[in-house]
Design a protein. Structure first.
Length: 318
């Protein structure tokens, strides 16, 4: 097993610094849009406050990574879609805290419009830049976790295929263990490195961080045996249950006197969650409209120009 502590520390530090940089970049872009684009376009005499004034309150920018830490964005591995939702929610909460802090500090020269634009810009920058940073850390070996998959059936294929597509999770399949597959062959690009009995030897000579058991039909005795073999050599063991096809959103695992219970939590039953989801839907729609509006306008002008060229005498109704 590899030592994870240095890699985790480097990963957390890099993401923390990246998030603070994204916040600064979002505010700078928002300041530029307000002063150099909206001001001349709308002919509004905005108060000329230099961007250095915003930097005097640099400690407010650290609210974002603190909220992100509460959301588990530095410790949990999650798909990009789930991470994006948490990033948007954390950005909304952080922006609200900043607005309240500005009123409490009586700093009235910080533009509320800049804060709003920075929020919209951060919705785009956080997922994009974080994905790029994670991809870079994955290539350098800081973010990746090497695992072997036990089971080469349909579930094993699906697991390996999903992990290969979801690089944001940081898992790298380095081998497959299965009784029915020939050693030296491959399964979805991963080499077959042995059978169940060779697991201890594989773990002893390989730098493996985890074992994923992708055989939901495995009997309890065999599962217990594999768990006993792996507990000395690796930190994490993942077990794929026979619940393929069930929804996973809001899924929680609870322990009731050694009984494992799955709880499917309906988060939208909470009115606050419904309001937050509605807010995110509206903001996403506005962002999408702002991005696509220039292209739709160009397409409309192109269509009108083609009609005018083909039929010059035909009146155009706009």
């Amino acid at each position: 097993m590899r030592q994870e502590l240095p890699g985790k520390f480097i990963f957390t530090a890099v993401l923390f610094i990246t998030d603070v940089g994204i916040v600064l970049l979002s505010f700078y872009i928002a300041y530029f849009i307000r002063m150099d684009i909206l001001g001349p376009l709308l002919r509004v005499p905005f108060r000329d406050v230099p961007f250095s004034f915003y930097l005097k309150y640099y400690y407010l920018f650290f609210i974002w990574p603190l909220v992100f830490a509460y959301e588990g964005l530095y410790t949990r591995r999650m798909p990009l879609s789930d991470e994006t939702i948490r990033l948007w929610r954390g950005s909304l909460i952080s922006t609200g805290i900043v607005v309240i802090s500005i009123f409490a500090l009586k700093v009235y020269l910080i533009s509320r419009l800049v804060i709003l634009i920075a929020l919209v810009v951060s919705f785009v920058l956080f997922p994009l830049i974080r994905s790029g940073v994670k991809a870079l850390l994955y290539r350098t070996g800081i973010w990746d976790r090497r695992i072997i998959v036990v089971g080469g059936g349909r579930e094993g294929r699906l697991i390996i295929r999903s992990l290969n597509k979801t690089r944001s999770l940081g898992y790298r399949v380095v081998g497959v263990v299965d009784e029915s597959l020939e050693r030296g062959s491959t399964l979805e690009g991963a080499p077959v490195i042995g059978d169940f009995g060779s697991i201890p030897e594989i773990l002893r000579r390989s730098k493996v961080d985890g074992v994923l058991i992708a055989n939901p039909d495995i009997d309890k005795e065999k599962l217990s045996e594999i768990l006993a073999l792996t507990e000395r050599y690796t930190q994490d063991v993942f077990v794929l249950p026979d619940f393929l096809g069930l929804r996973t959103q809001g899924l929680e695992v609870e322990n009731l006197n050694s009984l494992v219970i799955l709880k499917f939590k309906n988060n939208l039953f909470n009115p606050w969650n419904r309001a937050l989801k509605r807010t995110l839907d509206v903001l996403f729609s506005v962002i999408t409209l702002l991005i696509l509006a220039p292209f739709m306008g160009l397409v409309a002008l192109l269509i009108l120009s083609l009609i005018h060229i083909s039929e010059p005498t035909r009146p155009l109704y706009i």
